[in-house]
Design a protein around this ligand. Structure first.
Ligand code: MF3
Ligand code: CO
Length: 252
C-alpha cells in the first residue's frame, strides 16, 4: 500500500533529507587519498547526533554501521574500514537518518583524487540517469516511466543497470511501497500521484548487471569485478512536478 503524504508531512520529510544532504556534502569533502571510510562512518554518526537525528541504517536488519561505503567494484552496502583510500578509487556513500518522525535517505559516488575516464563517465551517467528518472515523477505518469528513463540513459552510455536492488517509498518507515526498479518498459505500474515520496537509486555497472553478496551478508559487488556507481535522491511528487528533498540548495 502506498502511503500518500500531506504537504506538512512532506515538509518534515524534507527536513530529514536536508540533514542527509548536508552530511553527505561534509563527508564528500573528506574523501581524498589517505583518508579511510571508518573515519567517515564515525563522522556521519556524530554529525547526525549533533542535529538531533539518528543514523537510520545502524541496526537496520542487523547492518552494523551508520554509513554504507562501497568502493570501486562494490555496488552497495559496503562496510566502512580502516583501509586507506587511494588516488583513482571511486567511493559510493549511502546515508540515512531518522529525524522528527521521518526518514531521509540519499547516496552519492565521488572520485578519490583523479580517476580514470571510464570511472568519470560511469559516475556522470549514473547521476544523469537518476535525474532523468526524477523528471518522470510527474502526476499521471506511471511508476515504470521512472524505471525506463533510468535504464535507457544507462544503456545509451554503454553501461548496465543493477536489477537486484530497487528504490522505494519513504516516510515514517525507511522502506515503504512502492518498490522503484531501475529498469523496465514504460507505462507500467501504479499511476504517480501528488503526495508520493520516493527514494530513487540507480546502481550502475561498467560491465554486466549481475551482482553477488559476500560472506559478511551485506557487501554486494559486481560479479565480473567491474566498477559500479550509485546515486540516490529522495523526491516528492507534487502537482507542480517532482521536488528533490535530499538537497541543501533546492538543486541537485
Ligand atoms: N539506501 C539503501 C536502501 O534504501 C540503504 C540501506 S542500507 C541498510 O536500502 F543497511 F539500511 F540496509
Ligand atoms: Co534507499
Amino acid at each position: 500500500m502506498v502511503i500518500l503524504k500531506s504537504p506538512s508531512e512532506i515538509e518534515k520529510i524534507s527536513q530529514s533529507n536536508v540533514i542527509v544532504a548536508e552530511i553527505l556534502e561534509i563527508l564528500q569533502q573528506k574523501v581524498k587519498p589517505g583518508s579511510d571510510t571508518a573515519t567517515l562512518d564515525k563522522l556521519s554518526e556524530e554529525l547526525a547526533l549533533a542535529r538531533n537525528a539518528s543514523p537510520a541504517f545502524k541496526g537496520y536488519r542487523g547492518y552494523p554501521y551508520s554509513l554504507c561505503t562501497s568502493l570501486n567494484q562494490q555496488v552497495v552496502h559496503g562496510f566502512p574500514s580502516k583501509r586507506l583510500l587511494k588516488e583513482g578509487d571511486i567511493l559510493s556513500m549511502d546515508f540515512g537518518i531518522f529525524y522528527n518522525g521521518y526518514y531521509g535517505d540519499a547516496a552519492i559516488t565521488v572520485p578519490v583524487g583523479k580517476v580514470s575516464k571510464v570511472a568519470e563517465r560511469l559516475m556522470k551517467a549514473t547521476k544523469k540517469a537518476l535525474h532523468l528518472g526524477i523528471e518522470q515523477a510527474v502526476p499521471g505518469k506511471r511508476l515504470s516511466d521512472i524505471s525506463h528513463a533510468i535504464q535507457s540513459c544507462v544503456e545509451a552510455a554503454g553501461f548496465s543497470v543493477v536489477r537486484k536492488f530497487v528504490g522505494h517509498g519513504i516516510g515514517k518507515a525507511l522502506h515503504e511501497d512502492p518498490q522503484v526498479p531501475n529498469y523496465g518498459e514504460p507505462g507500467m505500474g501504479i499511476r504517480l500521484k501528488p503526495g508520493m515520496v520516493l527514494a530513487i537509486e540507480p546502481m550502475v555497472n561498467v560491465g554486466s548487471y549481475e551482482v553477488k553478496t559476500l560472506e559478511d551478508g551485506w557487501t554486494t559487488v559486481t560479479k565480473d569485478g567491474s566498477l559500479s556507481a550509485h546515486f540516490e535522491h529522495t523526491i516528492a511528487v507534487t502537482e507542480d512536478g517532482p521536488v528533490i528533498l535530499s538537497t541543501t540548495n533546492g538543486k541537485a
